[in-house]
Write a protein that binds this ligand. Structure first.
Ligand code: GLV
Ligand code: MN
Length: 195
């Protein structure tokens, strides 16, 4: 979904502030082979957290060589029972491949239709741009997937934290109405996020 590049590459100079789209290029004289390779997704992530998931984002901020090229990848590790919570990417479609384990992968359309399937190693999925989706490790062991995006910086709107852990807080009046529950329920959820 990113714009087409107008040159071979434009390795991001992350020290400069982002411009209208992406980062300024670092000087061609300073570009080396190292700018086009990234080993940050090689290690297993630490899944010791409430969701039992670790998302390691190989986007332009981590891998400056991606700047202007319109693609990026994530590594997602999930503990048994772990869930990559419902989230969406405002700037990108996502595809993914299961490397290890068994996962329920699903998304919900703008018309509230839920599509899902349990996948195992070697199987791929696609999540249309901007739709809420999740991955849930339903196997006995750990699970590993790699995801790919048609954006150098897909962005991630994580539904639970967006609504219950923003700064400042979304007013309880809005959330009690939206979810049709008492304020105690909303405060209970907010407290789980340290709010
Ligand atoms: C998985 O949904 C990811 O965004 O990497
Ligand atoms: Mn995603």
């Amino acid at each position: 979904a990113d714009p087409d590049p107008l040159q071979d590459f434009c390795v991001a100079d992350l020290k400069s502030s982002p411009s209208v789209n992406g980062f300024p290029c670092k000087s061609a004289l300073e570009v080396t082979s190292g700018d086009f390779f990234y080993d940050g997704l090689s290690m297993e992530g630490n899944t010791t957290n409430v969701f039992g998931v670790n998302v390691n984002a190989g986007n332009v901020l981590a891998f400056p060589g991606l700047n202007t090229l319109g693609i990026s990848m994530n590594r997602v590790d999930l503990a048994p029972g772990g869930v990559n919570p419902p989230h969406l990417h405002p700037r990108s479609t996502e595809s993914g491949i299961v490397v290890e384990g068994m996962l329920l992968v699903g998304f919900v359309t703008t018309g509230n239709v839920f599509y899902s399937k349990v996948l195992s190693a070697g199987e791929m999925f696609v999540i249309p741009r901007g739709l809420v989706h999740f991955q849930h490790n339903v196997g006995d062991g750990k699970a590993l997937i790699f995801t790919a995006f048609n954006s150098q910086l897909p962005g991630s709107v994580i539904v639970p934290s967006t609504l219950f852990a923003s700064t400042p807080s979304v007013p309880n009046d809005v959330l009690t109405k939206a979810f049709q529950v008492d304020e105690a329920v909303i405060n209970g959820i907010k407290s789980k996020f340290g709010m």
